[in-house]
Design a protein around this ligand. Structure first.
Ligand code: ADP
Length: 199
């Protein structure tokens, strides 16, 4: 006798059922850029805009994830890779559930971003390159990290003694020294809303 007597109940619910429930499409919005370029600030502003439109989101932010899920990972090339791999897998879980995941990590190389895109799937991945220059980021230095990196207190700091590769695959490029937060988030909102509301 088959043990699978309730086949309908034994399969996982498919993504479209969850998207229909939420009345939105799942998506991963992937911010990349230097520290202090404005990734988190834009992620927060965007999340509030989406919330106001009834869209369910989850922000995956560098500090939040590094203090929790990835608290044992450092900043060597290997650990950066593992950090991004796990974030991409988490982003995929959210988008598979119909939620809009907004990730804000430096993700410094095209290879590392490609890995994230391959995990999440091209059609679910919207990359935004926050292209604010190193000079501006270093001037802002909201957490004093650039100063510490220049003094050698922090090693392997992106832009100082670790590389950042400009994105070759971004759907949108935003320099936050040109666009104020409100304008930048409005621009992103206008691009992604049609992707989220296709249900
Ligand atoms: P990241 O997440 O890329 O490290 P943050 O968003 O934490 O960057 O920091 C960006 C800093 O730049 C914040 O202090 C923010 O207030 C400031 N800032 C100034 N203008 C802008 C802008 N137009 N967009 C985003 N951030 C801005």
């Amino acid at each position: 006798m088959s043990t699978n007597i309730f086949p309908d109940r034994d399969t996982f619910l498919e993504r479209p059922a969850k998207e229909a429930l939420l009345k939105q499409k799942g998506l991963v919005i992937w911010f990349t850029g230097l520290s202090a370029s404005g990734k988190s600030t834009l992620a927060i502003a965007l999340e509030r805009k989406l919330y106001a439109e009834g869209i369910l989101t989850q922000v995956l932010d560098g500090d939040k994830i590094r203090n929790g899920l990835n608290n044992k990972l450092g900043f060597s090339a290997e650990d950066r890779n593992e950090n991004i791999r796990r974030i991409a897998e988490v982003g995929k879980l959210f988008s598979d559930c119909g939620v809009v995941a907004i990730s804000a990590f430096i993700s410094p190389t095209n290879a590392i971003r490609r890995m994230a895109r391959d995990i999440i799937g091209e059609e679910n991945f919207f990359e935004i390159y926050v292209s604010t220059s190193l000079e501006v980021c270093e001037q802002r230095d909201p957490k004093g990290l650039y100063k510490k990196a220049r003094e050698g207190v922090i090693k392997n700091f992106t832009g100082i003694d670790a590389p950042y590769e400009a994105s070759d695959h971004a759907s949108l490029v935003i320099d936050t020294s040109v666009y104020p937060v409100e304008e930048a988030s409005e621009l992103i909102f206008g691009k992604i809303m049609p992707m989220i509301k296709k249900v």
